[in-house]
Design a protein around this ligand. Structure first.
Ligand code: SF4
Length: 363
């Protein structure tokens, strides 16, 4: 009999009070009536799925959009989860927070609702950059959010940071890193800006003074070294942590473990199958069923995901020709091949897509 692991639960909250210039996540403008209808629909799905699944939940992640906008609705929403599923006592329960909003009340409600991990969208330590990104918050708002979270007793705080921004350089990034690390977060997620279609930045792409690929690579390598020198463990391409504070929920994605995602655009991997809810808020509220998205968890997918992680992959699962490629990458400083494992160096992580494709070609 296949051993069934604990499950992760993702709840997508598709509302924002504005649209950032770079963002293509699925979200609608906040409208209190619509938010109420959505939460009712989400609770309906939580109850339905809770009746079908008899697996303990050990991570819950409220992402978005801007889930912190739920504020007083966080309690009823999470109560529905606790009643419908068997949530383990030590479950990691994360809330993504926009520091622009009514942070004291939101964090008080989050604490009461059982949230124990806060992920704050800091993005930069420079107000001009935040303005260019179309963020609604300032550097002082981030500082304030972290201070209040600490005062309320949150001991697991993650901060988001972006690199490769318009007009940026290693020097400007250093300023943001100084700011972010001065707040002593347990965890940092750092993403390279990608210009996605249907965003404001896409329309402005010819006039944005974006650093070229080489300069963005320099920023990434500079950041990795900076954070490693500050005692952070670079445990995934874009993620750094102190001690044992890896994002347990996101580790499930990278380790190909199962999770249930509820809400428009949310993806699931459950009972060996992938499925998702379409990016359509109204149809979700009406009760649309998720769309099947094939099988998941084959060897190539596992390798692709595992190579994102510092621990990498066990070479015993690789064909000889793929191991030879790993040796070549290691000789060129892009990978580390030792003790029966292959993992990527910081430089290798920058080329992870190419490296993964080349390894998978040998299967
Ligand atoms: S707050 Fe987050 S989800 Fe909303 S528009 Fe900005 S980046 Fe996108």
């Amino acid at each position: 009999m296949k051993f069934l692991t604990n499950l992760g639960l993702y709840l997508h909250i598709p509302f924002c009070n504005g649209k950032c210039a770079y963002c293509d996540f699925y979200s609608a403008f906040t409208n209190e009536e619509l938010v109420d209808s959505y939460v009712t629909a989400l609770i309906r799905e939580i109850k339905q799925w809770g009746g079908k699944i008899n697996r303990p939940i050990d991570t819950i992640y409220l992402g978005g959009g801007t889930p912190s906008l739920l504020n007083h609705r966080l309690g009823p929403l999470l109560s529905a989860v606790y009643k419908s599923f068997s949530v383990l006592d030590n479950a990691e329960i994360t809330l993504e927070v926009n520091p622009a909003d009514n942070i004291l009340e939101i964090l008080q409600n989050a604490k009461k609702a059982g949230i124990n991990r806060i992920s704050i969208g800091a993005q930069s330590g420079d107000d001009t950059e935040l303005l260019i990104l179309g963020r609604r918050h300032t550097v002082a708002d981030t500082e304030n959010a972290v201070r209040i979270a600490r005062e309320l007793g949150f001991s697991n705080i993650s901060l988001d940071l972006m690199l490769g921004l318009p007009d940026s350089s290693c020097d400007t990034l250093r300023g943001s890193l100084d700011f972010i690390t001065s707040l002593n977060p347990e965890h940092i997620s750092a993403y390279i800006l990608k210009i996605e279609e249907k965003t404001k930045f896409y329309k402005q792409r010819e006039t944005l003074n974006l650093p070229d690929d080489d300069k963005v690579s320099d920023q990434y390598l500079f950041m990795c070294e900076y954070l490693e020198n500050k005692g952070f463990c670079h445990y995934e391409i874009s993620n750094f942590c102190k001690g044992n504070t890896q994002s347990r929920h996101n580790l499930k994605y990278w380790k190909c473990e199962e999770y249930l995602g509820l809400g428009p655009s949310a993806h699931s991997y459950l009972f060996g199958k992938r499925f998702y809810y379409p990016r359509d808020l109204k149809s979700f509220i009406k009760g649309i069923t998720p769309t099947p998205d094939g099988e998941g968890g084959d060897l190539s997918e596992k390798i692709m995901l595992a190579l994102r992680l510092k621990d990498g992959i066990k070479t015993e699962s690789l064909p000889t020709a793929a191991i030879r490629k790993c040796e070549l990458f290691a000789q060129n400083g892009l990978g580390i091949l030792e003790n029966g494992s292959f993992s990527l160096t910081n430089s290798g992580m920058l080329l992870s897509n190419t490296i993964i494709t080349e390894i998978l070609e040998e299967f």
